[in-house]
Design a protein around this ligand. Structure first.
Ligand code: PMH
Length: 384
């Protein structure tokens, strides 16, 4: 991978923050409960490989991704920790999972029967997913669950390592639906021998709120990245989260325009007076969405407005006065006492914080920091 980049826009990922968030969670849940670090979707847009290594360093014992491809990519980066694929895998790809020593998620008896036709002479390790009310993936029925245990126990090819479910509303204040799902999980679990299995149900919200309901592992996603699972939970967090992601750019052009002159596509912005306008090299093709029109960025520790429509590769900002080319612009993150948080961007876009780092595309290089210094730069568009 080419280590440099030639455009003045980049993401900074603070790996110390990731580690601190893992350590804080470990302290919160106690030694008996393992942390499975969720690094799907390129580590929620932060960088899967680097986040995975930091999380393992800080005490996580397993990694989780959505798809087999993501697991293989971690193995190719020489990450040897156990990896769980939480999404669906084709039965015909079972030998690939075995070859890469990846644990799959299985959620039907038919999948086991199908996979058995493909499997050669090795063992597949898997977790069983139960659908207790998320309505996405999972076994819903006790009889089918029991038949999966019988099938796996009779086959030389299958080893059940774990069993889990996922909550739809753990981040909400009202715990009614959560309690219902938890009850269903307990009932299904009681119908099978699970004493030696990794049993997990908690995402970040559950782990933060329900310390007594975590079985023996949690799947830690959003709060490992230093983000609150929901705005409702923000005021009640049991420890401080450290946001790891920031988005930076620089002024690449600065000009004075006069009253009545226009800026960007559609000529929708008109200067009300003589104004200093700066151009920054980031646009909607980088995930800096067109809906961020009229949002703010930080320049010289002040919030300044974006003006005109956001283009594919660039957008414009109204400056308080002339500033030199090369002046740093913070789109997400902190400049002295000013912060534009991922939650601020999510709120402006009427979405959730999870989506914001995920939407910043791989065209934006990622710089990884540890102990305040850069340890790696990743720029996928220049990969050889
Ligand atoms: N486990 C599963 C099965 C998940 O899908 C997720 C996140 C997590 C754990 C981690 O949750 P957390 O980030 O809240 O800690 N999955 C998703 C999703 O599919 N859409 O948004 C988050």
């Amino acid at each position: 991978m080419q280590s440099g980049f030639y455009r003045d826009t980049w993401v900074e990922v603070n790996l110390d923050a990731i580690k601190q968030n893992v350590v804080s969670m470990k302290r919160h849940i106690g030694d008996e409960i393992d942390i499975i670090a969720v690094v799907k979707a390129n580590g929620y847009g932060h960088g899967a490989e680097q986040v995975a290594k930091a999380a393992i360093d800080a005490g996580a014992t397993m990694l989780a991704v959505a798809f087999l491809d993501e697991a293989i990519s971690l193995r190719n980066a020489e990450i040897n920790a156990p990896i769980l694929v939480m999404g669906a895998t084709r039965p015909s790809d079972v030998n690939v999972a075995i070859q890469y020593n990846v644990t799959l998620t299985v959620f039907s008896i038919d999948w086991l029967k199908d996979a058995e036709r493909y499997i050669t002479n090795e063992e597949l390790h898997f977790h069983i997913k139960l659908d207790t009310g998320m309505g996405r993936l999972g076994v819903r029925d006790e009889a089918e669950l029991k038949s999966m245990f019988v099938h796996a126990n009779q086959s030389p090819h299958f080893v059940i390592d774990g069993i889990f479910t996922h909550f739809a509303t753990a981040d909400e204040t009202d715990s009614g639906y959560f309690d219902e799902q938890y009850g269903k999980f307990e009932t299904l679990l009681a119908s099978v021998p699970h004493q030696k299995l990794v049993v997990h149900c908690a995402n970040s919200a559950t782990a933060l709120k329900y310390q007594r309901k975590l079985y023996n592992a949690i799947r830690l996603g959003i709060s490992m990245y230093g983000l609150t699972p929901s705005i409702e939970m923000k005021k009640k967090l049991p420890y401080e989260l450290q946001e790891a992601f920031s988005l930076q750019s620089k002024l690449v052009h600065v000009k004075k325009i006069t009253k009545g002159e226009k800026v960007s596509y559609g000529a929708t912005y008109e200067a009300k007076d003589d104004e200093w306008i700066g151009t920054i090299p980031i646009g909607y093709a980088d995930g800096w969405a067109r809906h961020l029109k009229d949002f703010e960025v930080l320049v010289e520790n002040k919030r300044v407005p974006l003006v005109g429509r956001i283009c594919m590769d660039q957008c414009m900002v109204k400056l308080p006065h002339h500033l030199p080319i090369g002046t740093q612009v913070t789109l997400i993150g902190q400049q002295h006492d000013q912060i534009i948080s991922i939650d601020d961007v999510a709120n402006y876009l009427d979405t959730i914080n999870y989506e914001v780092p995920c939407m910043i595309t791989s065209r934006v290089p990622r710089i990884f920091l540890e102990n305040m210094s850069i340890i790696e730069k990743v720029n996928p568009i220049l990969k050889r």
